[in-house]
Design a protein. Structure first.
Length: 356
């Protein structure tokens, strides 16, 4: 640490993203939950035509993208705010809405804790059950803003809407941010509760189900009052946080419902095949409602499996942490990628059960 660096940040341990190989055409990349499909052709066209106007600033109110998001979810445009990736929206919530600290699960999206520490937000940890499920009763009597990924990461396990509603109703003075990064792959969304619970913020992203991870777009849905306060934070941080190309691409992507339905259904079909193939090879696989599965190999050594797959040109995510070491997280790629992964797995654990 340099002597000029703020001593208050001495303990900062930044988020470590999954590996992004450079120019390596032959790698099968199943480590960061990206979509195997390109963006919607309509999004590509809309983004391309924005390039020649980049001499101008982007719309600081992001109004037409907000309108498209609001239309697709049947909420008012004044309920929507847009972030440079949902990571930025998470940061806005941590900066502006966590006077009483933040409540996080022990196993969840790692960025919450990192970002909280950057902004000096106190965190308390609520452990998941042994089977990685969440009991919303465990938040009883605890103060602070809840950050809850549903489906959770890296487990893929989803909470039913009834449990989210119980959590919202149990303390209406406590804000609950439900991070629905993966909700389009089969879980129930809390957006339907927005009008009923002023203590709810839903976070979404274009990175997974909209095939736009590199476009950096996320958004929140909440009461108009909360949305206005998120905008106060955003406009005090970076009023032009969404570039013009991303605004155009996002709008076209969200209006292309046909492409969205086709690609997410394909992912859900491939997830079933991946789960089935891994189980046949002797893995235990958690019940996933996301575009990845969290699976434990027959020898329960996730680290060694990740290494062996890497030697075969296949990247998966391994978390070298308590409770997670027995697993790897595998993104649901294209059908061909998943077949290649299953072939490699069967070779590694060869002699076990065949995948035929
Ligand atoms: C991927 C992911 C995000 C981040 O999404 P971006 O929009 O790409 O910043 C947020 N939350 C969870 C749980 C995620 O898995």
């Amino acid at each position: 640490m340099d002597a000029f660096f703020d001593g208050r940040l001495a303990g900062l341990r930044p988020y470590v993203p999954g590996e992004q190989p450079k120019g390596d055409m032959n790698v099968i990349k199943l480590n960061t939950n990206e979509s195997p499909f390109p963006p919607s052709p309509k999004a590509i066209e809309a983004g391309s035509s924005a390039l020649k106007k980049l001499n101008l600033y982007s719309d600081p109110t992001v109004s037409s993208l907000k309108r498209a998001i609001a239309d697709s979810l049947n909420v008012g445009a004044d309920c929507v705010t847009v972030g440079n990736g949902s990571d930025e929206s998470i940061a806005f919530l941590l900066v502006g809405f966590c006077e009483n600290g933040a409540l996080l699960n022990d196993i969840t999206y790692g960025f919450y804790r990192v970002c909280a520490s950057l902004y000096g937000v106190r965190t308390s940890i609520v452990p998941l059950k042994k089977d990685f499920t969440i009991d919303v009763g465990d938040y009883e009597g605890k103060k602070g803003t809840i950050f809850l990924a549903n489906p959770n990461a890296p487990t893929g396990i989803a909470l039913p809407l009834s449990a989210i509603e119980r959590l919202l109703a149990s303390d209406q003075d406590r804000l609950v941010a439900v991070d629905e990064a993966y909700v389009d792959f089969g879980a129930e969304s809390a957006v339907s509760l927005i009008g009923k619970y002023p203590n709810l913020v839903v976070l979404r992203t274009f990175s997974k189900s909209r095939s736009l991870a590199g476009g950096r777009l996320g958004f929140t849905i909440s009461s108009p009052a909360i949305a206005a306060d998120i905008e106060r934070v955003r406009n005090s941080f970076n009023p032009y946080n969404i570039d013009m190309v991303a605004q155009r691409m996002g709008e076209a992507a969200i209006r292309d419902a046909e492409y969205f339905e086709r690609t997410r259904n394909e992912i859900m079909r491939t997830r079933a095949a991946l789960t089935e193939g891994l189980k046949r090879a002797g893995f235990s696989v958690l019940d996933s409602k996301a575009n990845f599965v969290f699976a434990s190999p027959p020898d329960r050594d996730g680290g060694s499996l990740a290494k062996k797959l890497r030697e075969r040109g296949i990247l998966v995510r391994f978390f070298d942490e308590d409770r997670l070491r027995e697993f790897v997280r595998v993104t649901v790629g294209s059908e061909g990628q998943v077949q290649a992964l299953l072939a490699a797995v069967n070779e590694i654990y060869g002699g076990a059960k065949s995948n035929a």
